[in-house]
Design a protein around this ligand. Structure first.
Ligand code: DQA
Length: 149
């Protein structure tokens, strides 16, 4: 196994439809583009990444649990579960890992139901409205550790 820090990059429901779904909000880049960006950024930063996407809350919870003991950090765009899921909040908290919350769109410029996040209170950082570049920034932030604080 590699001795490089390992990061889990998780995408939640509907993010498999990136590129097709509301391109005026989410842009034209696909999930494959997000995963390629994460792979490239990770190799530049001396990290390894595993990228996963699911439309199922429980599957996301299981993958987060598995990150305990095997990953050094988690980048998560939980999609709509951001605004609803105490289960994802609890699982992320259990890992004790640094969590970076990412949203492609600026959720604060959208409907009020997108303004609340169950993830933000336990996240080290929250990145939104930067398009898919937000994932790269999240990996950079994890690679830097706490030195920027
Ligand atoms: C999103 C914002 C969420 O409100 C929405 O439900 C998504 C995508 C984003 O990346 O901007 O599915 O997380």
């Amino acid at each position: 196994m590699s001795d490089k820090p390992h990061i889990l990059v998780l995408n939640g429901p509907n993010l498999n439809t990136l590129g097709v779904r509301e391109p005026e909000i989410y842009g034209h880049k696909t999930l494959a583009d997000v995963e390629a960006l994460c792979g490239q950024m990770a190799s530049q930063l001396g990290l390894t990444v595993t990228c996963r996407q699911s439309n199922h809350e429980g599957e996301l919870v299981t993958w987060i649990q598995e990150a305990y003991g095997s990953a050094s950090g988690i980048v998560i765009n939980a999609g709509a579960y951001t605004h609803t899921s105490i289960a994802i909040h609890d699982a992320l908290k259990m890992t004790g890992l640094p969590v970076i919350e990412v949203h492609i769109s600026n959720v604060f410029a959208r409907e009020t139901f997108r303004h609340h996040s169950y993830i933000s209170p336990i996240a080290r950082s929250v990145i939104c409205g930067c398009g898919i570049d937000g994932y790269g920034l999240a990996l950079r932030t994890l690679a830097k550790g706490k030195e920027h604080e």
